[in-house]
Every structure is written in structure tokens, then in C-alpha cells.
Design a protein around this ligand. Structure first.
Ligand code: AP5
Length: 215
């Protein structure tokens, strides 16, 4: 089998980032998260970060031209495999991705849609903590670190994302319904969609993802 090429779809809090890290460590391909890249740009105070932060803080999608530009710059070696997390999020982005992949002469093995009920998403987002240094993802109840507030992996400080506040979460979930959910049909019609129950524990979800990859 060649390098794994996956697109992960799913609402905020479905577990895309958590599963992407598990897939990355098993299949050794890059985890490409537009959300992580944008947060990095905000942290560094770059021009891109300044433009993106106003949208992110309000829970809105960052304009397509900005994120498509970022993605393009990170897909130069797409034939070596990838796990796309958080991109595409609009039909425009899905079409841009198709163009980028066509130029690289590759196509995704699958588009995995993580499904979880709204109450699960809200519980997960409200308790999420992330490492400032290495980006490892925790949850105060579901996946607590060994020592409160400290990353198990690198000892970095854990923080709560600004956009995990209740009022911002509501806007993010609405943006998902209005702009991203239609991609499920887009990929289903292209016979790439694999739906996975993401409401279970991460190991059970990962087993299902592996089945989708390895057959
Ligand atoms: P982004 O960072 O992509 O956020 P998101 O899609 O809203 O997804 P999340 O990171 O919130 O959730 P996740 O599904 O990765 O869940 P996680 O694994 O962390 O985007 C942020 C913002 O950037 C957007 O709002 C937008 O402004 C902008 N942006 C990014 N990409 C863009 C694009 N393409 N176009 C335009 N704008 C863009 O898990 C969540 C929690 O649940 C964690 O605490 C975890 O420990 C826990 N958990 C995970 N799985 C399980 C499980 N199986 N059981 C129990 N707990 C679990």
C-alpha cells in the first residue's frame, strides 16, 4: 500500500485532531491542520494571524482565499501522504483541494466523516485543554493529563482555546451546519465517503478508521 492520503470531516469537537494524531503515529504521514496553522500564525502575530484572528475569535470561517493559500503551501509533497484535518470546509475549498491533488497526480484514499451527537460535541469542547508547546489534546474528564494543567508529552502548559467558550462554540457549530455539512454529500457522490461513529472512545473510533484504511 502507498502512503495514506486521508481527508477528515466532522463537526467541531468530533475528534478530528485527536484521531489525526493517532493516525499520524501509526501511518507516519503528515498531519495537516489548518486550525493549528492559523493558531500558530495568531500566536506569532504575523499578518496572516492578525487577519485570521478576528474570524476565529468569533467562531466564523476564515475566508477561502486565505486558507486555500495556506493549504497549497503545505501540499507540495502530497504524493508522500497526508491527513487533512479541518480542510476543506466549503465547496470552494473542496474544489481547490481537487485542483491541488490533480496537479500532484494523487487522489485521497478516503474522506472520513466523524459523526457525534451535538451534546457530545459540546461536552468535549467545553472540557478540552491543549498544550501550548506541542499541541497535544486533552480533556479534563475524558482524557485528563496525569498532572493537572501540565502536558504528559512535553511538560508544557495546558490552555483552553478562546473559541471553546460556549457562545463561540454555538457560532462554530452553526458555521459547520451551514457551510461544511454539504461536503458529506459532495464526497459521498464521489464514492469517497466513509462515515465513522465518533461518539465512542478514541480506540474504538481508531479501529474503525484503520478498517477504512486497510480494508
Ligand atoms: P479547527 O481547529 O479546525 O477547529 P474545529 O474544526 O472546530 O475542530 P476542533 O479542533 O474544535 O475539534 P476536533 O474535531 O479536532 O476535536 P478534538 O480532537 O480536539 O478550526 C478552528 C477555527 O479556525 C475555525 O473556527 C475557523 O475560524 C478557522 N479555520 C480552520 N480551518 C479552516 C478552514 N479550512 N476554512 C476556514 N476557516 C478555518 O477533540 C475535542 C475534545 O474532545 C478534546 O478535549 C478531546 O480530548 C476530546 N475527545 C476527542 N475524541 C474523543 C473521544 N473519542 N472520546 C472522548 N473524548 C474525546
Amino acid at each position: 500500500m502507498g502512503a495514506v492520503k486521508l481527508v477528515l470531516l466532522g463537526a467541531p469537537g468530533a475528534g478530528k485532531g485527536t484521531l489525526a494524531k493517532m493516525i499520524q503515529s501509526e501511518y507516519r504521514v503528515p498531519h495537516i491542520s489548518t486550525g493549528d496553522m492559523l493558531r500558530e500564525a495568531v500566536k506569532e502575530g504575523t499578518q496572516l494571524g492578525k487577519e485570521a484572528s478576528q474570524y476565529m475569535n468569533e467562531g466564523k470561517l476564515v475566508p477561502d482565499d486565505i486558507v486555500i493559500g495556506i493549504l497549497r503551501g503545505n501540499m507540495k509533497d502530497c504524493e508522500k501522504g497526508f491527513i487533512l484535518d479541518g480542510f476543506p470546509r466549503t465547496k470552494n475549498q473542496a474544489e481547490a483541494l481537487q485542483t491541488i491533488l490533480d496537479e500532484g497526480g494523487v487522489s485521497p484514499d478516503a474522506v472520513i466523516n466523524f459523526e457525534a451527537p451535538p451534546e457530545v460535541l459540546i461536552q468535549r469542547l467545553s472540557g478540552r485543554r491543549q498544550c501550548l508547546e506541542c499541541g497535544a489534546i486533552y480533556h479534563i474528564k475524558n482524557m485528563p493529563p496525569r498532572k493537572s494543567g501540565i502536558c504528559d508529552v512535553c511538560g508544557g502548559e495546558l490552555y483552553q482555546r478562546d473559541d471553546d467558550r460556549r457562545e463561540v462554540v454555538e457560532v462554530r457549530l452553526k458555521a459547520y451546519e451551514e457551510e461544511t455539512a454539504e461536503l458529506i454529500d459532495y464526497y459521498r457522490s464521489r464514492k469517497l465517503l466513509e462515515s465513522v461513529d465518533a461518539g465512542k472512545d478514541p480506540e474504538a473510533t481508531f479501529a474503525r478508521v484503520k478498517h477504512a484504511i486497510d480494508g
